[in-house]
Design a protein around this ligand. Structure first.
Ligand code: ATP
Ligand code: MG
Length: 1001
């Protein structure tokens, strides 16, 4: 009763809405009448005139108002053109098949067109001519010159519809393009440049990802914005496909083989070092026993440098006297005057480990041990210089150049890989202890939260450290490929300013379309009354009985030459039926949605007398089934469903395959109690009762209106459950989506920037004060640490005396450093070719973003899996995910900035230029610089361009900066969408925007 009342109201709401559109339909037809007297040229001229007019309206809203205003006239132009094509029996080929134009828009199609223009979903039954409907709003919206997209479910339909409807667009003076899977970027760009572009959802989505996540120049990008899109078969794309995101993956930057390869050597090296440290510790014990506390302290400091977790050392640190001696030795060595000594001390070890900054450095001895033959094995080539040389070589053709560049890049990557792997392995062996920082569970390395002691399944250390620990523990090293870019279909389509959809079946999912996409559904009446008979379901005890009954039904229809279309829910079911039919010697076709074009041809013929076609629900969708001669008299096409699908929508699709455009036709579903749907979601006891009451015998069937109802109840239950799953996926992806928008906007800004130095300076302006704060804005300012950081990141050769940090406030110190850094940078780049510098600057930022973003994606994936495991602790995984994702994002942004700083002076577009620069530096800089740069050849954490002899590669991201203190100011502030200050922050932190990303620094 309640649902009936609801339906009445809903139905009438839809009717009211449509009724309001009727005057517009009349206006279109009036214009169409007027236009009959125009010449072809005059009709076409309207297109150009509107285009020019719209181009003069820069404001989007005003443009959109203009579109509404000209809608009736514009639709009439399209309809009028369609009539001209029909009158002239215009013939052409579509997908190599000859065709003649025979359509003029019906009134219901005009209605559908208006609904689509308004950014809604037009539910129009199968065969109502949605392909033609779309031409109206596509034409109108393409007049803006911003591009209008039509999204199809497969490549074949994209091409078919583009070529078919292309006749009409061509006539009215618009261009049309079509994206196909195998197209090269150049071709794609041309297709997107057309007024209207057809293509599949995944091609559109992948182009977006490639443009925004991978292209490094504007020229490499193919798309040009997201203005208006119509999604055909919108339920299939936005609902069925919505559970799997689009992912571009590539070979992992961290190759797992290298960890395995280096592991034995590193193990040996670590053992040697430990033996050495133990020896030194024994010496120290002797010294302490002899009362020579100072010598003992010094020796133990050496142990600390080489093996910070040495057992003896840890024990001694518990003894106040010894501890004081060790600390004293340490302090004295960090005085500037003893730098050379400290350096010499380090060289007596194989490598040094800095627990605080989480870093490791190989000494000369260590390098020789690892690679006796190749002293250059730990130096990165100067890639940019090599590239410039290749570019300047006039003898090389472009193709050759690219090949050469790729080769050099590969070489550099391999080298960097090795350096990086070794450094991470050293950390894994020396700083990470099993059952302390991590545990091994089910052959996996699980991080233990250092504050709470809580296990964090699914979380991974970044930058290859996790793999290094995995190698150390001899467990499976995770993954060879990694996500380079990813987006869910939902979020791709949310990019469009206006989105519309069409399908035969949207009604059952109207709530979801509304909630998630803000798409409302309008049901458009059919052009002619539907003449289809839907029979009651037939219900059997077992599958076997059900299939036998299906075969009987097929045989009957086949014998009287009535065509049958049999729908299945799976490929297996299709094959089973096919075998049964073969045994019966009934000729038939099987479609599995694998070969779209061939299957379309088969489906086209499915209405011929006596034809039997078996098809999964996606196969041959969008292709018209025309009835053969004599078929209408035999009842038209018979549709048989061999199982009820999880969603009512899919069943309706199948039914709709027959009785198009007022044709006769019938449909029936066959169900058994063994079907998945019935077993899992059927009102089990009610069904059993029914069975008992009717005493269902072998081979007998049940058939009643009420039974259809209980099947539908089961379906509704599954629909609801699936909706929740999709909603959940989206909730999770929303967090990612905000982050992706921020990163992609920053990336595009970098690509587009005519003055990339400005961006670099912004990074300096923000990252340097943060670092300075970290060192100085604490109880005991760490001047030495700051100087160390500066000198290992920038070629400033700063000394305590020069810096005079203690004479200024924290802010003044930051300003002082910023000026020095910028000054040095100006000097460095003044020796270089200006355009080369610009691309280098862009490259520095892009490189930092890409490398760290990809790592971040991986970590986020892992987090997502992990929070579910943590969900046990009565916590909402989504909230856990949001907070952690936020922390990780803050860290990511800080890391990107630090990475840019680290590479600022390490990359140069030309070696000569770099040397020129070094020569201009004041002498003291060069001299003072030496002791702080012994690590130039050491394993670098960063794996990017590094010219020979350039600055030290220490410094980095893992230095324990409290993530909470870092603010993501730089890109966030600029590129976050408009958010009210009191609204929740879009980054997902749960805080108010003004207290989070919107905080004014
Ligand atoms: N105005 C019209 N006049 C005559 N024939 C038409 C008209 N509109 C559409 N048709 C015909 O109707 C058939 C079905 O069209 P189309 O494939 O576009 O339907 P559809 O609504 O997209 O169906 P599906 O749900 O299967 O995708 C086509 O053969 C087309 O030529
Ligand atoms: Mg269609």
């Amino acid at each position: 009763m309640v649902t009936w009342v609801l339906k009445k109201i809903l139905g009438s709401k839809n009717q009211r809405e449509l009724k309001r559109l009727m005057p517009i339909v009349r206006r279109i037809n009036e214009f169409d009448d007027q236009f009959k007297s125009l010449s072809d040229e005059d009709l076409r001229a309207k297109t150009a005139a509107w285009k020019a007019e719209l181009a003069d309206i820069p404001e989007l809203e005003a443009q959109s108002r203009k579109l509404d205003e000209i809608l009736p006239e514009a639709f009439a132009v399209v309809k009028n053109a369609a009539r001209r094509l029909k009158d002239r029996q215009n013939s052409f080929t579509v997908c190599d098949q000859p065709m003649t134009w025979d359509m003029v828009h019906f009134d219901v199609q005009l209605l559908g067109g208006i609904v689509l223009h308004r950014g809604r979903i037009a539910e129009m039954a199968t065969g109502e001519g949605k392909t033609l409907v779309a031409t109206l709003p596509l034409y109108l919206n393409a007049l803006t010159g911003r591009g209008a997209h039509l999204v199809t479910v497969n490549d074949y339909l994209a091409r078919r519809d583009a070529e078919w409807m292309g006749q009409l667009y061509d006539f009215v003076g618009l261009t049309v393009g079509c994206i196909q899977h195998d197209q090269e970027p150049d071709v794609r760009r041309e297709q997107y440049a057309m007024d209207i572009t057809y293509g599949t959802n995944s091609e559109f989505g992948f182009d977006y990802l490639r443009d925004n996540g991978m292209a490094t120049t504007r020229e490499q990008q193919v798309q040009r914005g997201y203005h208006y899109a119509i999604v055909d078969e919108v339920d299939s794309i936005l609902i069925d496909e919505a559970r799997t995101p689009l992912i571009i993956s590539g070979p992992a930057t961290i190759s797992t083989h290298q960890y395995d390869k280096w592991k034995p050597l590193i193990e040996q090296l670590v053992r040697k070092q430990n033996m050495l440290c133990n020896r030194i510790a024994s010496e120290a014990i002797e010294k302490f026993e002899q009362g020579d506390v100072e010598a003992g302290g010094l020796l133990m400091f050496k142990v600390k440098l080489g093996q910070p977790r040495n057992k003896q050392l840890l024990r001694m640190m518990e003894d106040p006297e010894k501890r004081r001696a060790i600390d004293k030795a340490e302090l004295s060595f960090y005085q500037d005057t003893r730098k050379e000594e400290l350096f010499a001390l380090k060289e007596q070890l194989f490598f040094t480990i800095d627990e605080k900054s989480n870093e490791s450095d190989l000494s000369e001895q260590g390098r020789v041990f690892l690679n006796p033959d190749d002293p250059n094995a730990f130096v990165l080539p100067d890639l940019i210089n090599e590239f410039t040389e290749i570019d300047l070589d006039p003898a090389l053709p472009d193709e050759e150049k690219n090949k050469k560049k790729a080769e050099r890049q590969q070489h550099c990557d391999a080298q960097a890989e090795r350096i990086h792997n070794i450094s991470q392995l050293l950390r894994a062996y020396c700083l990470f202890e099993k059952d302390v920082q991590y545990v091994i569970e089910e052959n996996k390395v699980v991080i233990v939260d250092e504050f709470t002691g809580r296990k964090m399944p699914g979380r991974r250390w970044s930058d290859g450290l996790h793999q290094a620990v995995e190698a150390k523990e001899g467990v499976q090293i995770d993954r060879e490929t990694q996500t380079l870019a990813t987006i869910t279909i939902q979020n791709y389509f949310r990019l469009y300013q206006r989105l519309a959809g069409m399908t035969g079946t949207a009604e059952t999912e109207a709530a979801e379309f509304h909630d998630i996409y803000k798409l409302d559904v309008n049901m458009i009446p059919t052009n002619r009354p539907v003449a289809r008979t839907d029979y009651n379901d037939r219900i059997y005890k077992t599958r076997r009985e059900k299939y036998n009954a299906v075969i009987n039904e097929i045989r009957d229809s086949h014998n009287k030459q009535q065509p049958v279309l049999v729908g299945t829910v799976s490929v297996e079911a299709s094959e089973l039926l096919s075998r049964m039919l073969k045994r019966e010697k009934i000729p038939h076709n099987v479609l599995n949605a694998k070969f779209h074009m061939q299957e379309a041809e088969i489906v086209q013929r499915a209405g011929q007398p006596g034809t039997v076609t078996i098809s999964t629900n996606m196969a041959g969708r969008g292709t018209d089934i025309k009835l053969g001669s004599g078929v209408p008299e035999r009842g038209g096409l018979m549709v048989i469903g061999t199982e009820r699908h999880e969603a009512r929508r899919i069943d309706r699709q199948l039914r709709g395959r027959c009785a198009r455009q007022g044709d006769p036709g019938s449909s029936r579903f066959y169900v058994s109690f063994e079907d998945d749907l019935m077993r899992n979601f059927g009102a089990a006891d009610r069904m059993t009762k029914i069975m008992e009451r009717f005493g269902l015998e072998e081979g007998q069937e049940l058939e009643h209106r009420w039974l259809n109802k209980s099947v539908e109840t089961a379906q509704k239950r599954v629909e609801q459950r699936n909706y929740l799953i999709r909603k959940r996926t989206l909730d999770f992806d929303d967090v990612m989506n905000m982050q992706r928008e921020v990163v992609y906007t920053y990336r595009n800004e970098t690509i587009d920037s005519e003055d990339p130095r400005k961006l670099i300076y912004e990074v300096i302006d923000e990252a340097v004060p943060a670092k300075v704060k970290e060192y100085l804005d604490v109880d005991e300012p760490n001047y030495t640490g700051l100087i160390h950081w500066v000198n290992t990141t920038f070629p400033l050769g700063l000394t305590k005396e020069k810096a005079q940090f203690d004479t200024r406030t924290v802010e003044e110190n930051a300003q002082f450093l910023i000026e020095k850094i910028k000054d040095a940078y100006e000097r460095k780049s003044s020796h270089e070719e200006p355009t080369a510098v610009k691309s280098l600057e862009r490259y520095i930022i892009l490189n930092a973003i890409d490398r760290l973003w990809q790592e971040h994606l991986y970590a986020m994936d892992a987090l997502r899996e992990g929070v579910y495991l943590r969900g046990y602790a009565q916590k909402d995984p989504l909230i856990e995910y949001k907070t952690e994702a936020y922390d990780m994002f803050v860290e990511l942004m800080a890391n990107i900035k630090n990475e840019v700083l680290n590479n600022l002076f390490r990359s140069t577009s030309n070696l000569q230029a770099f040397e020129n620069f070094l020569a201009t530096l004041p002498q003291f800089l060069m001299r003072e610089h030496a002791p702080t740069a012994p690590t130039a050849n050491a394993p670098a954490r960063g794996r990017q361009l590094q010219p020979v002899g350039a600055m030290a590669a220490v410094g980095g991201d893992g230095d324990g900066d409290g993530a909470g203190e870092v603010t993501i100011d730089l890109p966030v502030r600029r590129s976050m969408p408009k958010v009210g200050r009191n609204e929740p922050c879009p980054c997902g932190s749960g805080k108010k925007y003004k207290n989070c990303c919107g905080r004014v620094a």
